[in-house]
Design a protein around this ligand. Structure first.
Ligand SMILES: C[S@@+](CC[C@H](N)C(=O)[O-])C[C@H]1O[C@@H](n2cnc3c(N)ncnc32)[C@H](O)[C@@H]1O
Length: 250
């Protein structure tokens, strides 16, 4: 992301979509009620989704374990978890999900991959997932289908040698190929970008959506045109479909 901070761009992007709220509702319902929830998130980042899930789950307490390559994000999540009375304990690793030593990850009720498996190619991603299935009673994966919105991100992955990234269609194919049973729910979320957004926030949105520095003209009009190219404009808002598929593995 070069000149812009990844976490800021992520936060701006997420503030413009209802995807996280819908996904958190869906996954909280899947997990159901009870006293305590032990959760492991692979690619937890700074826990934007995970903190919302912790707040919304009807469980009384949560024990949280997370892994992410981004040390700055992990440090931020550690501080946030420490301040939550509902969190009875936590353990965070700054590591790649394929590299973290298997024995260091504790078995928990649920293993979560929220918008993180698509950073991995099919071979590596499915190997990580198989390990996770052995370790957690339930594994939930949320990933977007590949579409116009993430085409530039897919190009970014291809430039880094990621072969067959695990977007929803490829992930479902891999599960079938390996004979892993699953149920999946499509969450029809959308992004709504007010045409009144500031130049800075439009830039942050595009940089996160495209996963690369903005190389076009930097004025507000050009940035707005680029956003409009992703969706449909009307009544002061540009709407972009932002579906996500939530898989529960059997
Ligand atoms: C879109 S963010 C999602 C973060 C968090 N799960 C959420 O939903 O708020 C994807 C995260 O995956 C992490 N990631 C990418 N490749 C990874 C890998 N190989 N191992 C661990 N984390 C990875 C990134 O650093 C980033 O924090």
């Amino acid at each position: 992301m070069d000149e812009l901070d990844y976490n800021t761009c992520n936060a701006t992007f997420r503030s413009l979509t209802n995807q996280q709220a819908l996904m958190a509702g869906e996954i909280a319902a899947l997990l159901g009620g009870g006293a305590d929830l032990e959760l492991t998130s692979y690619g937890c980042g700074f826990g934007m989704f995970e903190l919302e899930l912790i707040a919304r789950t009807p469980r009384e307490t949560v024990w949280f374990q997370g892994v992410d390559t981004n040390g700055e994000a992990v440090a931020r999540l550690r501080a946030d978890l420490a301040a939550l009375p509902k969190v009875r304990g936590y353990r965070l690793f700054t590591a790649g999900m394929a590299e973290v030593a298997v024995q260091r990850i504790a078995p928990t009720e649920c293993g979560l991959f929220i918008q993180s498996l698509c950073y991995l190619g099919a071979a590596e991603g499915m190997a990580v997932l198989k390990e996770a299935r052995n370790r957690h009673r339930r594994v939930i994966v949320a990933v977007t289908p590949s579409n116009a919105l993430n085409a530039a991100f897919a190009e970014w992955l291809a430039c880094r040698g990621i072969v067959r990234p695990l977007f929803a269609q490829t992930f479902a194919e891999e599960l079938r190929r390996l004979g892993i049973g699953f149920r999946s729910v499509s969450v029809d979320a959308e992004i709504a970008v007010p045409v009144s957004e500031t130049r800075q926030r439009l830039l942050e949105f595009l940089v996160f959506a495209r996963h690369q520095p903005w190389r076009g003209p930097p004025d507000r009009g050009s940035l707005l045109d680029a956003v409009a190219g992703l969706g449909t404009a009307g009544a002061g808002v540009i709407r972009v479909p932002h579906p996500v598929e939530v898989f529960t593995l059997e």
